[in-house]
Ligand binder design. Sequence first.
Ligand SMILES: *Cc1c(COP(=O)(O)O)cnc(C)c1O
Length: 346
Amino acid sequence: MPHGLLTIDCGAVVRNWRRLCETHAGGAVAAVLKADAYGLGAAPIARALRDAGCRHFFVATVEEGEALRATLGEGPMVAVLGGFPAGKHAGLTPVLNSLDDVAAHSGPAILHVDSGMSRLGLALDELEKLADNPALLDGLEILYVMTHLAAAEDPQHPLNLVQLTRFNEACLRLPRARRSIANSSGIFLGPRFGSELARPGAALYGLNPTPGRPNPMEPVFTLTGQVLQLRNIPPGQTVGYGGAWLATRPSRIATIGIGYADGLPRALEGRLKGRYRGQEFPMVGRVSMDLMTFDVTGIRAMKAGRWIEIIGPHQDADMVAGMAGTIGYELLTSLGRRFRRDYLPA
Ligand SMILES: *Cc1c(COP(=O)(O)O)cnc(C)c1O
């Protein structure tokens, strides 16, 4: 019996996708479902988005692509972002990241141009070669030419316009094709960053694509942990490893069955808050591998077996990530495989 419960609202994911469709200046909006939909579970989320009309999906690996194709059935595009071995992967769309990839593939594909991320995609010198010899693209049907923004979450960052300019210049030198530019944050950079296909991931899952400004997205999930035990301790007694927290008054301590093995970093010590029936209280002591402790002194309704909210309206994933010195993306993709995942239908 899992002690942690993730409740994932597929309806909220769909509403976020529609919101992104309204905001994106340009054409369609895809869904990036790599890493099992950022840890939330690709299959139920993919079905909900498909039923809402989403026609384009991106994953990181061929294995993820094959699983997603089995979930979605025929029809929607399933594109693989990183490394697509030449061979038969019927029904998946390769993202071509180099001239070697261009040479190795035929049929429908996406051409990835590196405009400044310096990670994947055709470099400028490769682009020159392609521009000088367009026959290299023979046998390929380029569905989109794409690029990926490195700093879109900061609208003031000079790299945004540098990348856009480089990409526009690259597109002028290539055979005419539809374009794909914005990730979640890129959608909020304004009409210049619009294209025929945006590729949001994080914003679908409720992470804030506009850090430092109010979150335009709806939260998508809550994480609750079940109270395994309640105990009363006297002043002067410590809680947890290292005796790191000291009770200064008679205290009531609730232990829940979630720890750093479930993706809640130790750096949350002294920062995280729990919530029960609208009342908030601090986590105390260190995060253990499978356990965390909360000071629930004065929370009279608390009982063993009850569920404490850890991530929810009082404290969203971006906040919890910030407390631990990381970003929502890393927190989400670390969320434990031990949690039960319940899905609310769209
Ligand atoms: C992960 C990824 C995205 C989605 O980015 P978000 O910031 O989560 O919206 C889009 N495009 C590429 C190439 C990616 O790797």
